[in-house]
Ligand binder design. Structure first.
Ligand SMILES: Nc1nc2c(ncn2[C@@H]2O[C@H](COP(=O)(O)OP(=O)(O)OP(=O)(O)O)[C@@H](O)[C@H]2O)c(=O)[nH]1
Ligand SMILES: [K+]
Ligand SMILES: [Mg+2]
Length: 368
């Protein structure tokens, strides 16, 4: 049996050889679909020791959110961790100084944010070069990827890392495609478009679905910019992870002002020098912003709200999430909640478990 890595290589080669035009479009779409399937297989844990499956490092999640430091060797990941947390991670001028995941805790805005310093990764990481696979698995479990880049190195490093992450199903700074897919038991395929997309048609969708042996389903494409890649992402949604990414250029002490200015203007980017302590605090603030954590204050009946200690919850949290955050069993005795703040229509608003809270709301839980 040809192994999966070889099959992947074959398809990648064929895709490279195939010229992109109207005539080859459908064939390329099918190849992309096959590639996505094989890559998912490659990441599946096969069981047994040393199988190189999807396992990450043995660091348990803690705190209110997790941020993974991902980058080539010697870009300054460990230096950064040691700067913003109390943890000291060894830093040195040679590659692969860090060999495992080193967690640190960043305290900010009343939250405890776990920062994971990771070994450097190189091209081919997703196929298992170095500790690449493990690093990528750890990145997949994070709420934010901080891609640390060396400002003095070529711009390609960013695209290379993105391609590595992309090939294992990590989508950076992207929303899941706006395509509805429901697999059914019978009834054939029903494919509809809200506005016909420029780069995706019924034939393409039909071909890909058939290749995936999905013969009965309902598809509704809502986005006119949708591509076949988006459609494949929807089919493979259990293997896709949509994660925010902040690109941080370190070592700006060693580049020209003009170049620095150019880097700083890139989207989702920040610049810093750990060595000169320039921009580091700004990066911390950006981490906080990107995580979109919310600070809530609790209030007991008849008392003033407790502003001394915030309750940290994730964005898009409901009162139910708030209850879970306070105590595992609070929900069971929950009667209603009173909410003051941006999410409340009047002060206070009496709400149920489904109510969505806003940053800096004051919440009072009333039990049965
Ligand atoms: N000029 C300059 N050097 C820096 C800066 N930050 C870190 N360094 C140096 O870059 C080298 C690599 O730093 P590390 O923190 O070990 O890099 P790393 O990304 O953790 O490397 P690996 O663990 O090997 O992947 C060290 O010699 C640091 O002193 C910076 O802002 N400017
Ligand atoms: K290093
Ligand atoms: Mg390191």
């Amino acid at each position: 049996m040809v192994n999966i890595t070889e099959k992947i290589k074959e398809i990648e080669d064929e895709m490279r050889r195939t010229q992109k035009n109207k005539a080859t479009e459908y064939h390329l779409g099918l190849l992309k679909g096959k590639l996505a399937r094989l890559r998912a297989q490659l990441l599946e844990p096969v069981g047994g020791a040393g199988s190189g499956g999807g396992a990450g490092f043995d660091v348990s999640k803690s705190g209110d959110a997790r941020v993974a430091l991902v980058g080539f060797p010697s870009v300054g990941k460990s230096t950064f961790l040691s700067k913003i947390t109390k943890t000291k991670s060894e830093a040195a001028a040679y590659s692969f100084t860090t060999l495992t995941a080193i967690p640190g805790v960043l305290e900010y805005g009343g939250a405890e944010i776990q920062i994971l310093d990771l070994p450097g990764i190189i091209e081919g990481a997703s196929e298992g070069k170095g500790r690449g696979r493990q690093v990528i698995s750890a990145a997949k479990t994070s709420d934010l990827i901080l891609m640390v880049l060396d400002a003095t190195k070529k711009a390609e490093q960013r695209a290379l890392l993105e391609a590595e992450l992309d090939s294992v199903g990590i989508r950076l700074n992207k929303e899941p495609p706006n395509i509805y897919l429901k697999v059914k038991k019978a009834g054939g395929m029903k494919i509809t478009f809200q506005t016909p997309p420029k780069n995706l048609d019924e034939k393409m969708i039909y071909n890909v679905l058939r290749d995936y042996k999905i013969l009965n389903c309902e598809v509704l494409v809502r986005d006119e910019n949708a591509t076949v890649d988006d459609f494949i992402d929807v089919i493979m949604k259990d293997h896709r992870k949509y994660i925010r990414c902040l690109y941080v250029y370190n070592k700006i002490d060693s580049v020209s002002l003009e170049f620095l200015d150019q880097l700083a203007r890139e989207p989702y980017s920040a610049v810093m020098s750990c060595e000169l302590d320039l921009g580091v605090q700004e990066v911390v603030e950006r981490i906080w912003k990107e995580l979109k954590l919310m600070r809530l204050y609790t209030k007991r009946k008849g008392e003033e709200p407790d502003f001394s200690e915030a309750l940290i919850v994730r964005k898009d949290s409901s009162i139910e999430d708030v209850c879970d955050q306070i105590h595992r069993t609070l929900k069971e005795t929950f009667k209603y909640a009173l909410v003051w703040g941006a999410s409340a229509r009047h002060m206070p608003q009496r709400v149920g478990l489904g109510h969505m809270v806003s940053d800096e709301d004051v919440v009072s839980i009333v039990a049965k």
